[in-house]
Design a protein around this ligand. Structure first.
Ligand code: ZN
Ligand code: CU
Length: 482
């Protein structure tokens, strides 16, 4: 029987996202769905055809941890992401979301990572954010968390204290409404000043609406260095009391004294997984990046300035050089550069590899799309895992690497019919050359698309082809199916 297809991909090695071994076949797409997976008949007719000999087809990658809330609206071609093969991003992480953030958020680090000028803080609830997306869709899909720090900024006059009962009620009401409007969960960033004074009881009370809808609790934990284990225990307690799944964001062990401790933290996760659902994500680098913070100076072997409002000319410089240019000490330079962002070299390669290889670890970039000189993870995360960690180092198979960026992530975040290649699933597909794919973005030259990514398809439409955006913007806001 002849099938009428909108797009046929012929002669491709299919890595289906479940972790199963690859197999050769064809893929037939009609509308936004995969309708054939296996062998197409020779007389199947397709409007468009891709001969993909030698390439691998995988589910489009899902970036488990992003700060793309604003890029989805302000730079909807999403080049840093679709150029890597990413077709869906999880936005609203680390306690900060564009939706629900009040107008004055640009003066509250780390909310300023989303927009340091402030013109984009204009969505009082999740529905208004979704309406803006629907008016001008992005090339990629998005599923969104609401930030607890955002909720604090929206409801409290000062953030250096615990919330009152009335403020907790206001935050909870806002959270509940956003979940009803399609947000998939709540993120926290208690490591950062504007949420650091929130006690566990506040987090539990604000996140209470997650229980009824099976939403996710996703956390940049209070501590990722000496006190990481108590921070993990707090996370597990919150998940346990609310009866919901938790996700530990960008899992890492910070500072020389804690290098090697991922053996301990992963063992703790493994033992708690028997009692409650726990996920985690990781980016494939030994350096982190966020706003400029004084206390990082002692923990880092190198610091790079990613942006600075008063001194934009120093973006991209090592802090040592920036201090020399300003004629001050490094600590003094940290103050003079503010508001600013930085890259901090403070993890151990063995920990990064151990965490990446842990079977339940998803890949998330944590890229910061509005930094003048961003951490290379923004453009390089997924190709680096495929090319460097899977192909070059053999840390895991290509199939396992792909699972960590697709099927595992879709299951954890409840993204139905995404993250797997099968008949009936959405046609989010990435075609790449497994022998070539690698990250090109580096700390010295961070804004570079990766080689080896051939074609990226979102909801049946190619959005990236032969090294350039096609201009199509078929992305959607996705809901969670717990
Ligand atoms: Zn974070
Ligand atoms: Cu983050």
């Amino acid at each position: 029987m002849t099938n009428r297809l909108d797009l046929a991909i012929r002669d491709v090695n299919i890595v289906d996202g479940t972790g199963a071994a690859r197999f050769a076949g064809d893929i037939g797409i009609r509308g936004d769905r995969i309708v054939r997976l296996g062998r197409l008949a020779s007389d199947d007719e397709a409007v468009r055809q891709i001969d993909a000999c030698g390439l691998v087809a995988t589910p489009g990658f899902i970036d488990a941890h992003t700060h793309d809330d604003r890029m989805l609206l302000s730079d909807p071609t999403m080049a840093p992401k679709v150029s890597q093969g990413v077709t869906t991003v999880i936005a609203g992480n680390c306690g900060i979301s564009l939706a629900c953030s009040p107008a004055h958020s640009a003066s509250i680090p780390p909310l300023d990572l989303l927009d340091s000028d402030g013109q984009w803080f204009r969505f009082p609830d999740f529905r208004s954010y979704c309406a803006a997306f629907a008016d001008a869709p992005a090339a990629a899909n998005a599923a969104c968390l609401i930030g607890h720090t955002t909720l604090r900024a929206a409801t409290m006059d000062r953030l250096d204290r615990a919330a009152t009962t009335a403020e907790i009620d206001a935050m909870r009401a806002l959270a509940e409404r956003s979940l009803e409007q399609g947000a998939i969960g709540i993120s926290t960033g208690t490591a950062y000043a504007p949420a650091a004074r929130a006690p566990t009881e506040e987090l539990i009370a604000v996140c209470r609406p997650l229980s009824a809808v099976g939403g996710l609790y996703v956390t940049h934990m209070r501590n990722e260095d000496d006190a990481i284990v108590p921070a993990m225990d707090e996370t597990f307690r919150i998940g346990d009391e609310l009866g919901i799944a938790v996700v530990i964001s960008h899992h890492k062990c910070v500072g020389k004294a804690n290098h090697g401790r991922s053996s301990e933290t992963l063992a703790l996760i493994e033992s708690r997984r028997a009692r409650q659902p726990i996920g985690l994500d990781c980016y494939p680098y030994i350096a982190s990046s966020t706003v400029m913070q004084r206390h990082r100076a002692g923990q880092s072997t190198r610091i790079i300035v990613t942006w600075s409002k008063p001194h934009p000319e120093l973006s991209g410089m090592d802090l040592v050089e920036a201090a020399r240019a300003l004629g001050v000490s490094e600590v003094e330079a940290i103050d003079r550069l503010q508001p600013a962002g930085a890259i901090y070299f403070m993890m151990d390669e063995a920990d990064v590899q151990r965490i990446l290889a842990y079977p339940h670890t998803m890949i998330g970039s944590d890229g910061l799309p509005h930094d003048a000189r961003p951490h290379p993870r923004l453009w390089g995360t997924f190709p680096r895992v495929l090319g460097h960690y899977a192909r070059e180092l053999g840390l895991f198979s290509l199939e396992t690497a792909v699972h960590k960026m697709t099927g595992l992530t879709a299951a954890r975040f409840g993204l139905e019919a995404r993250g797997v290649l099968r008949e009936g699933a959405f046609a989010d597909i990435t075609l790449f050359d497994p022998e070539v794919v690698i990250d090109a973005a580096s700390f010295e030259d961070p804004v570079r698309p990766a080689p080896g990514i051939h074609t990226v398809i979102v909801n049946g439409e190619p959005v990236w082809r032969a090294g350039a955006a096609t201009g199509a913007r078929p992305g959607r806001v996705l809901k969670r199916q717990p």
